[in-house]
Write a new protein. Sequence first.
Length: 134
Amino acid sequence: MWLEIGLVILGIVVLVTIVNFVLRKLLQIEKEKKDFFSYDYINEQHRKIEQWVRWGWMLASLIAFSLVLYQEFPVIFYLFLFIAWMTTDAFVRAYFQWKHSDQPKQAILTLSEMAIWISAVTLVIYFDVFNFLT
């Protein structure tokens, strides 16, 4: 099962990389320098909002996880919460890239990456690829 999960994640990463490459070439978007595990905030307001989103996600995640474990809520409840967090995080980043960055076209890449990840997670849920829902 872990090999399957790893292969799905690897496939999504490859797809995101290809789509980003094609969009960069088509829309002439400059490559942004960023470290692998960095947050790369646009400004101080972006940092504060993203930290609120992250803390909110952690709190909601703990609540959802305990509901799934102790109240026998379906696992899909947690997965939908994960999709909501991914969407919120990407929209906040895209907004600040578009409005407050010197490279506003980066927002296109952020939104396309979000769409791919959300589509992939949704398809995994819909087709119950890893038998989470059974």
